[in-house]
Design a protein around this ligand. Structure first.
Ligand SMILES: Nc1ncnc2c1ncn2[C@@H]1O[C@H](COP(=O)(O)OP(=O)(O)OP(=O)(O)O)[C@@H](O)[C@H]1O
Ligand SMILES: [Mg+2]
Length: 259
């Protein structure tokens, strides 16, 4: 899917984060290519979510962020999604007063503001554009296993699993190049897990670069092309799923937390 010569779709280079006197991340580096899934694992409190906060400039950090070979370290957080860097959160976040379809349409429009320019003084053109965006939003939602019957509901009325799929559909709206997912499988049951796995595999096939924080080992180990293990704010191992599963440091990090 991606050539070794092209820069990674996203690279986090030596990320460091302090919360007051507490060093939450120390020089953590990882990168992901188009058509690749990077798994990020580690015990509770290891610093995984902090990695995503730093990677999206939501927190003050040391280190460098490269998006498609462009240095975006200094770019304000709100500009990154339009540049193709998207994320989902450990807790789902939607516009609660808007229905599912409107949330999706909002994501489509937000990412393509130029297509709305020029429509302002032409109501008929605006209506046509609105219908086109609506159709695109419906199709996109269905591809992410949010059935049409639910599109006019408020996000809060959906099952937990469908809310998860909605948050992924929003993050994967056209224009996405890199999607960071923080524990998408948390709390999901069997059928929802299948829908999630299916969506992640399709996103990869379509050439997205995915970074996946996950405690659900079956999912990470079966999907990830590469895995990075974080413990106490540092990378303690990286490699293929097979290499990571055989790594005694990784086992010790998890057993240490369980003891
Ligand atoms: N805003 C904050 N202020 C102070 N400490 C924080 C803050 N956010 C996170 N921490 C601390 O930083 C460490 C890393 O937290 P983080 O949320 O990144 O862990 P995590 O690996 O995502 O854990 P989990 O698997 O439980 O989600 C933890 O010790 C946490 O308590
Ligand atoms: Mg977390």
């Amino acid at each position: 899917m991606s050539s070794r010569n092209e820069p990674p779709a996203f690279a986090a280079d030596r990320l460091s984060v302090r919360f007051g006197g507490f060093h939450a991340l120390r020089e953590v580096s990882w990168s992901v290519r188009r058509g690749q899934i990077l798994g990020i694992i580690g015990p509770n409190g290891a610093g995984k979510s902090t990695c995503f906060l730093a990677a999206t400039n939501m927190v003050t950090h040391g280190g460098r962020l490269m998006l498609d070979g462009v240095d975006v370290t200094a770019m304000p957080a709100h500009r990154l999604p339009r540049r193709g860097l998207r994320r989902t959160f450990q807790q789902n976040a939607f516009f609660a007063g808007m229905n599912v379809l409107e949330n999706m349409m909002g994501a489509l429009v937000e990412r393509r503001p130029s297509s709305l320019a020029g429509s302002v003084f032409l109501p008929w053109r605006e209506r046509r554009l609105r219908r086109a965006i609506e159709a695109e939003a419906e199709a996109h939602l269905q591809r992410y296993h949010v059935p049409r019957a639910l599109h006019r509901h408020l996000p809060g009325e959906l099952s937990y699993g469908t809310q998860r799929m909605l948050s992924i559909a929003l993050a994967a709206a056209p224009g996405a190049r890199v999607v960071l997912l923080d524990e998408p499988a948390a709390g999901l049951g069997g059928p929802d897990m299948l829908a999630l796995r299916n969506a992640l595999m399709r996103m990869r096939e379509e050439g997205l670069a995915l970074a996946l924080i996950e405690h659900h080992m079956d999912l990470v180990m079966s999907l990830a092309d590469e895995v990075v293990v974080i413990d106490l704010g540092q990378v303690i191992a990286r490699g293929t799923p097979a290499e990571i599963q055989a790594d005694t440091r990784v086992l010790e990090a998890y057993l240490g937390k369980a003891a």
